[in-house]
Design a protein around this ligand. Sequence first.
Ligand SMILES: [Zn+2]
Length: 292
Amino acid sequence: MPEVPEVETVRVGLSRSVVGRTIASVDSLHPRAIRRHPAGPLDLAQRLAGRTVTSAERRGKYLWLPLDGGPECLIGHLGMSGQLLVLPPELPDGPHLRGRLRFTDGGPELRFVDQRTFGGLRTDELVPDPPTTVPSGIAHIARDPLDSHFDDERWITAARKRNTTIKRLLLDQSSISGVGNIYADEALWRAKLHGDRPVNKLSRPVLRTLLAELRGVFGDALRAGGTSFDSLYVNVDGEGGYFERSLNAYGRYGEPCPRCGRPIARMKWMNRSSYFCPSCQRPPRAVAVALG
Ligand SMILES: [Zn+2]
């Protein structure tokens, strides 16, 4: 499943290759891929044809392309396996092609490819979210730490009033968006924090450090083009990422902690797994007892 660095990589690719271009036509090739656009494929095509893409924006794992001449935008949901690929028109269609935007310049087209078809395309209206705008349907999603308008001190103040654990808070999209299981475990490892620590017991400097480490993990993943944990995920040019080789804790059960050498532990966590170093990231007392 793509996480923020992957989606940001796609956004950068889109901003290079489709911004400033005018949409000529839209093909909807699978009903599931436009199920989130209830007015149907013809409506989608009519709304988009003749519009120019003015920028490529992202919040958490959501991507959108604002269009000229109105508050409308095109949202791309990548879902579990969706890809937005910019490809030469002469390249044959792949088996999982679900949608296509052609441009008036006859140049590279935008293809939405999705093997499992959990993702899709739809339009939405932009609403103000000072100092920027956001599609109305995702206005409930918080900014992510790569967003230049993310307010660290405000987040820390709100976080310390929450009666939850730090890992749960990191995965709460209404508090901070775009942090999935992999990035949460990596940032917590870097900050030497156990995910089950209660947030309201963490100091402001500790939470500042955690935000810095989260940005460090995102930054490293961005430079590597994303984790590509899911082999289906590729960026707009079709290349996978290499960040997974540099993960310190996630998926490293039993391997030595790169910092202290003690084996990385794994515990069940909300139908998933948490990976951590039991020495560098001391669990809170109750969890320590459960681990024996
Ligand atoms: Zn360690």
